[in-house]
Design a protein around this ligand. Structure first.
Ligand code: 5IU
Length: 474
């Protein structure tokens, strides 16, 4: 029997065993739908299971090499198992919840970093369940770039996966399944058309929508964030009504803590250079964290990691500063390649952590090129769970509304310092250049009265943001 005949046989079997039903149904989220899928029932039909695994094999695995297969829990687990046994390919299992005891593993099975893993799923609507599995596999350093599914409901899942660098192949699209069922007189042409129309009208939200990110308010942007720190930071900005990041480039821990005591309520993020502090002790960290808690701000250690993964992993978690223990997020260069991101991702000790990747710099004559910036943004797209955003200067640099543009080089008047730093005004960076969080250092810390200056910056920056999202930009 050719593949096409087998597909036809599968479509009819799925109909006969009520894995696909036509009529009027209610979805989980209370929307009416003219078609309903429940592939969970296939476990009671070994012939159907067999047929599915043969088809998936012929369609996706025959000419391809992957190190592992992994089913999206739960319906696809038995299917993945069959394929694993049939093709003698190792299988991995993803837990939905990490175990609360013993090892905190979410991915069970033996694997090495860089191994490729083919994902298997039954039905894709928006692609969000597949993306959860992708995220967990990528956290473990596995390559998860392909998914094979039985049915693509054609409601936007394929596109959502593609923007996250996952290619989807399906045995059937909904249109193809319906064509087969109509041809075999299982359903009428009319009800087939109804279903197709319904699916066209009810599309899943896109993870990378067409509208410009800079016009969306922070609370909306939080919904798009895939990194938990980005989500928190958007939420803090929206609640505290501030998009000011204070760069506390001071060398005395008392001075830093005294300043934060007074300006903590006005900032969403505090940026440190921990290695410039002359009297560093662990007590400084304890007090810094207390202030962060009291005033609800996050901490960014501007370490600009730039070494091979192994070294970065050590720099991040060991040594005098143990940055990974206390900084919510860090900055890193993309120059050394993805190993660095993997290292940071794997060294988070189960804590929520984020990375701002340097896509552009504010200093005069820096060597970053347009190509470098573009490649940096592409690289970040492969690590949606760890990337908080970019340190960059232009709104064109990236589109994803779930990521944050952190822009340094800001003072109330445009100017330069004697070492090549270039300052733009709040108006320019927010309204023209797309900054979401604005970094101010000496504009505040070197002012006569840092506290009143911080308030001026906070108010000015917020006003610009409000103008931007109200759409009244001239
Ligand atoms: N910083 C920049 N420009 C950049 C990057 C980081 O100024 O492109 I990447 C840091 C350096 C300093 C702070 O810690 O942001 C800006 O301080 P001033 O506002 O004092 O220039």
């Amino acid at each position: 029997m050719g593949t096409n005949n087998k597909l036809e046989e599968l479509a009819i079997s799925l109909y006969n065993i009520d894995a696909v039903k036509f009529g009027e149904f209610m979805t989980k989220i209370g929307i009416k739908t003219p078609v309903y899928f429940d592939l969970r029932v296939i476990v009671s039909y070994p012939d159907v299971m067999d047929l599915i695994s043969v088809l998936l094999y012929e369609y996706a695995l025959k000419d391809k090499k992957c190190d592992h297969v992994c089913g999206v829990p739960y319906t696809a687990l038995p299917i993945a198992t069959l394929i694993s046994v049939k093709t003698k390919t190792s299988m991995l299992m993803r837990r939905k919840e990490a175990k609360s005891y013993g090892t905190k593993k979410v991915i069970e099975g033996h694997y090495k970093q860089g191994d490729s893993c083919l994902i298997i799923e039954d039905v894709v609507t928006s692609g969000s369940s597949v993306l959860e599995t992708v995220t967990d596999l990528r956290k473990e350093g596995l390559k998860a770039e392909e998914v094979i599914v039985i049915l693509d409901r054609e409601q936007g899942g394929k596109q959502n996966l593609a923007v996250n660098n996952v290619q989807m192949k399906s045995l059937f699209t909904m249109t193809e399944l319906i064509d087969i069922l109509v041809k075999n007189n299982k359903i009428t042409e009319e009800s087939g058309k109804d279903v197709i129309n319904y699916l066209k009208n009810v599309q899943a939200p896109q993870s990378a929508p067409e509208f410009e990110r800079i016009l969306l308010p922070y609370e909306k942007r939080a919904e798009f964030a895939t990194n938990s720190i980005a989500k928190q930071l958007f939420t803090i900005m929206a609640t505290k009504k501030t998009n000011l990041c204070l760069s506390v480039d001071l060398t005395s821990s008392t001075k830093i803590l005294d300043l934060l005591e007074k300006v903590g309520e006005h900032v969403c993020l505090v940026k440190t250079h921990i290695d410039i502090i002359e009297d560093f002790t662990n007590d400084f960290i304890v007090r810094l964290k207390q202030l962060a808690q009291t005033f609800n701000f996050l901490i960014l250690e501007d370490r600009k990691y730039a070494d091979i993964g192994n070294t970065v992993s050590l720099q991040y978690s060991k040594g005098l500063y143990q940055v990974g223990e206390w900084a919510d997020c860090v900055t890193a260069h993309s120059l050394p390649g993805e190993g660095l991101l993997k290292a940071l991702n794997n060294s988070n000790n189960g804590l929520s952590r984020g990375v701002f990747l340097l896509a552009e710099m504010s200093s005069e004559g820096n060597l970053i090129t347009k190509d470098y910036t573009e490649t940096t943004v592409k690289m970040a797209a492969k690590y949606p769970e760890i990337i908080t955003g970019f340190v960059c200067q232009k709104k064109e640099t990236f589109k994803d509304p779930g990521l944050i543009q952190l822009t340094p080089g800001v003072q109330l008047e445009s100017s330069k310092d004697e070492l090549g730093q270039v300052y733009n005004t709040p108006e320019k960076v927010i309204l023209e250049n797309g900054a979401d969080v604005v970094v101010v250092g000496r504009g505040i810390v070197a002012a006569k009265s840092p506290v009143s200056e911080a308030i001026i910056y906070k108010d000015t920056l917020w006003r610009c943001y409000m103008k931007r999202v109200s759409g009244k930009m001239e």
